[in-house]
Design a protein around this ligand. Structure first.
Ligand SMILES: N[C@@H](CCC(=O)N[C@@H](CS)C(=O)NCC(=O)O)C(=O)O
Length: 230
């Protein structure tokens, strides 16, 4: 679309939030410049602080010099600012509202529970794993027999919860907890596979070994209290 430099994304290679924005841009076919804030939260560029003085977090999308933070807001903006081609949100107002409901439910519910599974051990880990399975069973209802949450192709909710398959499988490896299998969550397990097989998704995910090592290191930092979730 020849808009390079008109669109900049401040992200971080291992951040699920910045991946949401990358997926949305790629699905729309929008060229963008990517600035990898790789040392976040320890170090942030002056440019990031200039563009996002409010939350000081990535991702930040800068379109024609105008900055926008917050991944869900950015994904919706991308869909509205580039209305042609791939549609992210459904056209039908009720379906749009439903997709937004599930996205909000997922952000409020999954982030804290998955963080618990990631950082707890023993009984606390078992409890968090059970709680996560229950929450995923609820989310399965939004699949409702479809290949993707969006239907035959990816949609808004797929983009918002799309970090879960890759992250959760690494977390299962790190902690030894088994959350997802065909017996307990068959539809969700099938969606994990379907989602991870989409070319644009697969090609944007962080390299496995590097990501595993990064997640292992961050887990130790969280467990020792060196890093906290705010
Ligand atoms: N709700 C935000 C969350 C963004 C977020 O937590 N970003 C993290 C990286 S994954 C960050 O920039 N942390 C820096 C900090 O907390 O100072 C979104 O969806 O964009």
């Amino acid at each position: 679309m020849g808009e390079k430099r008109e669109v900049k994304l401040f992200g971080m290679w291992a951040s699920p939030f910045s991946l949401r924005v990358e997926w949305a841009l790629k699905l729309k076919g929008i060229d963008y410049e990517y600035i990898n804030e790789k040392d976040i939260p320890y170090k942030k560029s002056q440019e990031l602080l200039h563009f996002n003085p409010i939350t000081k977090k990535i991702p930040v999308l800068v379109h024609h010099g105008k900055p926008l933070p917050e991944s869900t807001v950015i994904v919706e903006y991308i869909d509205e600012a580039w209305p042609n081609g791939f549609r992210i949100l459904p056209l039908d107002p009720f379906e749009r509202a439903q997709a937004r409901f599930w996205a909000r439910f997922a952000d409020e519910k999954f982030l804290p529970i998955i963080f618990n599974v990631y950082t707890k051990t023993g009984e606390e880990l078992k409890k968090a794993a059970k709680e996560l399975q229950e929450a995923l069973k609820n989310l399965e209802k939004a699949l409702d027999g479809k290949k993707f949450f969006g239907g035959e192709t990816l949609g808004y909710l797929d983009i918002i919860v799309g970090w879960i398959p890759y992250w959760l499988r690494v977390i299962e490896e790190l902690t030894g907890a088994i959350i997802i299998d065909d017996e307990t969550l068959p539809l969700m397990n099938a969606w994990f596979d379907n989602f991870l097989a989409v070319e644009i998704i697969k090609n944007t995910l962080p390299p496995k070994d590097e990501f595993y090592e990064f997640s292992r290191g961050r887990r130790e930092e969280f467990m020792s209290g060196q890093l906290t979730l705010d």
